[in-house]
Design a protein around this ligand. Structure first.
Ligand SMILES: [Zn+2]
Length: 412
């Protein structure tokens, strides 16, 4: 045999060996475990995987997968709600799979136990969540967002804070270095580890132009909202804009049309945003149009109380559940930014019609949502004053060391 022949034979052998190794169950490596040794391994769900393909990737034989699926489907386990990043732990005794845990998050998991005959029993485990009342106060340096994140908080809390106050404070134009903020909220903890944020009870933002409070208050009928110190709702019945981060590229009124090359009135406001950006419905109402309408391209029209209609044009697609005749809620994703119809690039054409006539959306002064009803005002004020007391205590912060002690420690 020539050297080339030997090399070729070796290459073929290595190739076959690799295939053989790939097919073999390999959680234990080349050495077989002792029959009584216990082994635990884990992995996370990858994108485009489903329950069975993930377990197959982890070398679980298909009859065992079927048995586990059957056991889980006898619980409220929802195979459609699994998502990338969910984690799975497998427990082996010797070569036998004896347990499987699927963790939906830190709190909820499902445990499947296999007996020696391979029969599976599944059960759901929900861990206890502790609510820890927390307080944060700080000063803006750079931006409110970065200042709060710089204190070790996560983006959700910054988002919630700006969301609660967004009709009264425009954090893009009115936030300045030196402004101060305070928040009272709940941290949800599992076994001493941060799980997620809970309710935001009270917020306060004090800047050059704003001194705005927000207090959580729940009515006996279950309706809740954040109210200012007068008991007025911080929510407006119509949002200022259908986009959270907005850049106006064309205002309402006469303009030279970029495609038709003529001067004509622009009946709405154009906002530039990347394709696929979610567009929010500006007020509660009913969807009256979803479909293609000439230059608007893909359009959604929602009809609101008081003879108002809002129109969202050039969409690339419609939001989930957005269909003609359905209800639409304020803040719901109505569609996604696109460039359908007469559009030179991805943008939203946003239009408000009052009594059938287009009006300038930026001139609409929407009424606030309902205030605290008069009969609950006394109770609201009591809740408010407790919150104000708590906010005062956190903004005054820990006692400042007296200057003599600081000077002494500095000279040491
Ligand atoms: Zn437009």
């Amino acid at each position: 045999m020539t050297i080339v022949g030997v090399l070729a034979a070796v290459a073929v052998l290595v190739f076959l060996l690799r295939i053989a190794l790939k097919r073999a169950p390999i959680p234990f490596g080349p050495e077989l475990p002792r029959p009584d040794s216990v082994y635990c391994g884990g992995d996370t769900m990858r994108q485009y995987e489903v329950f069975s393909t993930m377990l197959a990737r982890m070398s679980v034989p298909s009859p065992v997968i079927t048995e586990a699926k059957d056991a889980l489907s006898r619980t409220d386990f929802n195979f459609r709600r699994l998502k990338p990043g969910d984690s799975v732990t497998l427990k082996y005794r010797g070569l036998q799979l004896v347990g499987l845990s699927y963790h939906l998050d830190m709190v909820t998991s499902y445990q499947v136990d296999f007996d020696s005959a391979g029969t599976a029993v599944a059960a759901k485990t929900v861990r206890e969540v502790d609510t820890v009342r927390s307080a944060v106060s700080g000063t803006v340096a750079g931006s409110f967002w970065n200042s709060l994140l710089g204190m070790g908080e996560e983006p959700w809390l910054a988002m919630r804070f700006t969301e609660i106050l967004r009709y009264d404070v425009d954090f893009f134009t009115e936030s300045n270095d030196g402004d101060s903020f305070e928040l009272l909220f709940d941290r949800l903890m599992v076994g001493g580890t941060f799980y997620r944020y809970g309710r935001v009870h009270a917020v306060h933002y004090k800047g050059r132009t704003d001194n705005t409070y927000g207090f959580y208050y729940r009515l006996p009928n279950g309706h809740w909202d954040h109210y200012n110190e007068k008991g007025q709702s911080l929510r407006k019945t119509v949002l200022r804009s259908p986009l959270e981060f907005k850049k106006v590229t064309s205002y309402f009124g006469n303009r030279f049309h970029p495609i038709h090359r003529v001067w004509r009135p622009h009946q709405g406001v154009d906002y530039a945003a990347p394709r696929g950006t979610p567009v929010s419905c500006v007020a509660d109402g009913q969807v009256t149009v979803t479909g293609w309408l000439g230059g608007y391209g893909r359009l959604v029209e929602v009809t609101h109380r008081g003879g108002l209609k809002s129109r969202y044009g050039h969409l690339s697609g419609f939001g989930p559940g957005v269909r003609q005749g359905r209800r639409a809620r304020q803040g719901q994703t109505i569609g996604y930014i696109g460039s359908t119809g007469d559009a030179t690039g991805p943008h939203l054409h946003f239009e408000i019609r009052k009594g059938g006539k287009p009006v300038n959306p930026l001139r609409i002064i929407p009424p606030r949502a309902d205030p605290v009803p008069k009969k609950y005002m006394a109770d609201f004020k009591r809740v408010r004053d407790t919150f104000i007391g708590e906010l005062r205590r956190i903004s005054s912060g820990p006692p400042v060391p007296d200057s003599a002690a600081v000077a002494e420690s500095a000279t040491r």
